[in-house]
Write a protein that binds this ligand. Sequence first.
Ligand code: ARG
Length: 592
Amino acid sequence: RDETRMQSITDIITDTFSSAIAAAFPDITDPPVVIALSGSNPKFGDYQCNSAMPLANIYKQLGKRIAPRDIGQKIIENVQPHELIEKLEVAGPGFINIFISKNYGTKSLATIFEYGVRPPSISKRHRVLVDFSSPNIAKEMHVGHLRSTIIGESICRLLEYLGHNVIRINHVGDWGTQFGMLIAHLKDKFPNYSVESPTISDLQAFYKESKNRFDEDEEFKKRAYASVVKLQSFDPEHKKAWELICDVSRKEFQKIYDRLDVRLTERGESFYQTRMESIVKELDAAGFLELDDGRKVMWGDGTIPMTIVKSDGGFTYDTSDIAAIKHRLYEEKADWLIYVTDAGQATHFQILFGCAKRIGLLDERIHRVDHVGFGVVLGEDKKKFKTRSGDTIRLLDLLDEGLKRALEKLKEKERDKVLTPEELKEAQESVAYGCIKYADLSHNRNHEYVFSFDKMLDDKGNTAVYLLYAFTRIKSIARNANFTAEKIKELSKTHQISLEHEKEWKLGKVLLRFPDVLLKITRDLCLHHLCEYVYEVATTFSEFYDNCYCIEKDSSGDIVRVNYGRILLTEATALVLEQGFYILGLKPVSKM
Ligand code: ARG
């Protein structure tokens, strides 16, 4: 048993029942092993094995009639004893109710104080490249990019925690045709640009100006096209102009990343220019490219091809993605690629993966690829999220609004009267950025979601504010009884975590499920499972705390009795929550 890892209960049960079913029914190849969490009724145990009915069906097809209850009974007889399993019962038409052992729970949770909250074992340590955020230079970074940034960061944190080797890549759009007009406009407006760097304070206005000229002035348009060609052949002067423009965007993006505590390595489309040139030659030579109305296209397995070379000879978004996938798999040597973008790009990635398979780059026996798509962000009017005047919302303005609203919320609760100015500022930032991230992550990413500060700042329900408050409350229990982290560690050597009371055991079992939740997210990359889980931890804790005293005080407020086992349970809860919060990007504060 690996002490540096926590055990997944579902994995143990699945293994145990796989062996039992194989032993009980050796004549069935690949028998179904169906394990589920039981509902809330304690009568039905904690987990269930629901294999009896499908097995009975298999026998029926083979012409044998066996009652599912008898199958259930036979499975139970073949289960090898395991310290996790306390009791097994056949119920109803043949369900097996599985009761897990308190003794196991006590021992397992005690290791948290010795080794911390550790992740479950993984079967292979992957080198994962996560492509996320990826805004476009000079065009604005919009709420869609904010979703990608938030979801991508959490996926990276989760995979890092599980022990994978994670590469975070910002695939910025820094090479498109928009640079032709931007550079041509820069040259006209700041003829001296190569000697004296101009300050472009409003890149968006600059973009609009050049776009207007591009649309209206034929002569300008020609120069713009010529500029793209020069840039893509790395002409030094054009490169300098390009860098100037990229720098302005880069600084703006970085402000957002700093505020949200997001780490990324920039590797934009421009990085692949020479690689695009070589892969296009290779594909052409291998006969993968087809001429279509002047452009060169490539087919994967679907009905839409990728455009690899435009009729003017230029490369496209598709070309950069084909070059990038090769680089990622063969130069970066990643064996798992994750792309986080809006669901609108699902087809693009389907085609990309199909083509990559066809030309032999992608081999799904050794590589895993995921497009992590997400729905659009809507305003409270259920329409596309825009400002009142109909413009796209600047992300920095949105974050500022969050700060303002968070402070109002804290003042409404009169926190400004008890917290020091520093504590108040810390709480404000934690609430503002936490609520924006959490609102995004707690919705199933496949659905669209309505951006509403009122909802995200609610202190009831599954929100960041509720959770952050719950956490500070939990932390204050041990602190009020003068337990420091060291004292708790000492205490854990002499006392056992208390799981006797029904509410204690209920909470303990929720805590034991943490590894299972992480493994589930590794499969579907849906972080709302973790949000639901931390919410369940917090609400189950409050149920426990309402029913079980941890510290008893007399009428004058002096401590008369401390229940050490419960202090330990409280602290284990805080540690599990803290780890979950970290993955979700929530920063708990000690006072709020
Ligand atoms: N820049 C693109 C956009 O804003 C997203 C890029 C995603 N990554 C990729 N490798 N295609 O839509």
